[in-house]
Design a protein around this ligand. Structure first.
Ligand code: GCU
Length: 623
């Protein structure tokens, strides 16, 4: 028995090491951070702007040795009055964390390069033995993290969380020196690549915490309703699948307990090593839906640790041409949202920001949001859970990624892994998207297919999609969504701008859409620009009347879509910053396709879409 157990542990550890080694260079993500004891490291940090990376390379451009006192991961305080120091951190140069740097100083508006962040903090070590991690909600784009002069690790990817374990003995009671080198330069072989239609906000853009966990702790767990097979109903005792991941193989046999107090449910499982699969039936539950966004407290505990999350139980399926939520057809009344607060021209990161964005979507009459084009802050997906708003969550595999470059695929997989790992218990998320408007080629389709396979390996309870390309050359007035990637996605989604990028809005009257795939069809973008307050006739570009006409023609076309049309997420909820939008009268560095402007005012087109969504909502109620 002992031998068999150990063999099982060994195999589990190999699987875990294989998964960990494949997808993430840094320590595997600790999830459910909000339920962990942590020291909040948000607030004022001191900084050094370092466009030539003098703090990282010597004058021959070789990486400085870790012990080199001139490196900017050291404080820069001279040991005595004669010692030469050419860097340092003082309050005069302070910046807020979380928050992009671009909106905090006028000189940073367009800055792309390195800025060093420094925070000193005291730390009272707890009596019981525990591990400490430095956790970042997101840093755009590359973060090199140092604590008390020692490098903890490096992370790339501007929109997903990561954490580094603090080696035992490194933390001091007083004046711990945490330094982060943040570099937001764009590169052809990164994800995203050089070209994006959004502002390259740099910095420590989300929360930073020092997290404490027991020596053997619950690193992550997922508990989700199993997708019904062959169209079975969910049933009186819904089947749950999932797993629990411990950070280490428990020395002594451990039991894992799953409790859902409100259901008077408690069940023990023998830990089978670092990874323990779960499968059990629940008593009758209230399913999560936009109408009833029911969340249950789920507690997972072992003899040494306890963590909890609020989980909604629902299923989402694409069955042939149908999109089914809890086994019933659902129409997605969506809108695309950037993670930006336009009133303050900055990245969104707070609870208040999440409330603003989702309240605007709710006012439009949405039951769904497409969080474009990158994973947004965890607060907005948790708020969507509570409000009952379905979510499309996406990694920034955007436009002309270097698809033939194997390391780029690994970078995309790492971001996909971090996105899904952080949010795999979020009932609101129904769709993982592996990209947007990527130009069709065999290399690209292979790259994207690899991401779809990976997404399904990580989570088989949700749909996988991407904004696909449209074939406009099929002749006559039928646009065909026959992107080869459509073979591998669950939802055939596409962006169309009929009447903005092609022809005028009346083209919608004679245009039809089709897809060769027997799958649900979804319009993931459609939109036109308007400068608030610019009024003219409807033929005048950038007038509110043009945008209004665009949406009137589009809505009439939506009403003629084929039977497998299951919804849309027009582009875009609010005007947003883009370096690509330089019409001096109407844009001035803003993409004006918002239905709200950058001050939160509604444009005339807002009411056209809101009215359509009222009609669709009434239809659903009368179904
Ligand atoms: C593209 C892209 C968006 C972009 C939009 C536009 O489809 O997906 O990121 O902002 O069109 O041109 O406004």
């Amino acid at each position: 028995m002992y031998l068999r157990n150990n063999m099982r542990n060994f195999i589990s550890l190999c699987c875990l090491l294989f998964i960990a080694g494949k997808v993430a260079a840094q320590d595997s993500l600790i999830t459910n951070i909000q339920s962990r004891k942590s020291l909040d490291l948000n607030g004022k940090w001191q900084y050094i702007v370092d466009p030539y990376e003098t703090g990282f390379y010597d004058y021959r451009y070789k990486e400085l040795n870790e012990k080199n006192g001139d490196a900017y991961w050291n404080s820069g305080i001279p040991a005595n009055k004669s010692e030469k120091k050419e860097h340092g951190y003082i309050d005069k140069y302070s910046i807020d964390v979380p928050g992009d740097w671009n909106h905090q100083k006028p000189e940073f508006t367009y800055y792309e390069g390195t800025i060093w962040y420094k925070k000193s903090f005291d730390y009272a070590k707890p009596a019981n033995e525990c591990k400490q991690y430095i956790y970042f909600g997101a840093v755009n784009y590359r973060a090199d993290v140092y604590l008390n002069g020692k490098k903890l690790g490096m992370h790339k990817g501007g929109f997903t969380p990561f954490n580094f374990e603090v080696p035992a003995g490194l933390l001091k009671d007083k004046d711990n020196l945490l330094v982060v080198k943040v570099d937001n330069k764009r590169y052809a072989d990164e994800v995203p690549t050089l070209n994006t239609d959004w502002w390259n906000y740099g910095g420590i853009t989300r929360d930073v915490k020092l997290v404490e966990v027991p020596a053997t702790y619950i690193r992550d767990f997922v508990i989700q309703l199993k997708k019904p097979v062959n169209g079975q109903a969910i049933g009186k005792q819904p089947e749950v699948s999932g797993w629990v991941k411990l950070n280490d193989i428990p020395a002594s046999a451990q039991n894992i307990t799953v409790q859902i107090p409100e259901l008077k449910f408690s069940k023990q499982f023998a830990a089978t090593g670092a990874l323990t699969q779960l499968s059990f039936k629940l008593p009758k539950v209230q399913l999560w839906s936009p109408e009833t966004p029911k969340l249950y407290k789920v507690i997972v505990s072992t003899s040494s640790d306890k963590t909890e999350d609020k989980i909604g139980f629902r299923t989402i399926e694409a069955r042939g041409p149908q999109l089914l939520l809890n086994g019933k057809p659902v129409f997605l009344r969506g809108i695309c949202i950037h993670g930006e607060i336009p009133q303050e021209v900055r990245r969104a990161y707070s609870q208040q920001d999440a409330e603003q964005l989702l309240n605007q979507a709710h006012e439009l009459g949405c039951n769904m949001v497409r969080l474009a084009h990158y994973p947004h802050d965890e607060k907005i997906t948790r708020l969507a859970d509570s409000l009952g708003i379905m979510v499309w969550s996406e990694i920034p595999v955007y436009w002309t990624i270097d698809f033939g470059n194997a390391p780029v695929l690994e970078k995309a997989k790492a971001q996909l892994n971090e996105m899904i790992t952080r949010d795999h218990n979020r009932a609101s998320i129904i769709i993982w998207s592996v990209g947007n408007e990527t130009p069709v080629s065999p290399t690209r389709t292979n790259f994207m297919h690899n991401l779809i396979i990976r997404a399904k390996q990580l989570d088989d309870t949700r749909l996988v999609s991407a904004a696909l390309e449209v074939n406009y050359s099929s002749g006559k007035d039928v646009n065909v969504v026959d992107d080869p990637l459509g073979e591998f996605v669950d939802l055939v989604a596409f962006n169309e701008y009929l009447g903005w990028y092609g022809g005028s809005p009346d083209k919608c009257r004679t245009t039809n859409w089709s897809t060769p795939y027997n799958k649900p069809l979804f319009i993931s973008e459609t939109g036109a620009e308007a400068k608030t307050g610019f009024h003219a006739d409807s033929l005048t570009r950038f007038s509110e009347e043009y945008q209004e006409w665009y949406f009137k023609e589009q809505v009439a076309m939506f009403k003629r879509m084929p039977a497998n049309f299951v919804g849309l997420s027009p582009w875009v909820m609010a005007d947003f910053r883009s370096p690509k939008r330089n019409n001096p009268l109407y844009q001035e560095g803003w993409n004006r396709k918002g239905l709200y402007d950058d001050k939160g005012n509604k444009k005339k087109a807002f009411y056209i879409l809101q009215n359509y969504y009222k009609q669709k909502s009434a239809e659903a109620l009368n179904r």
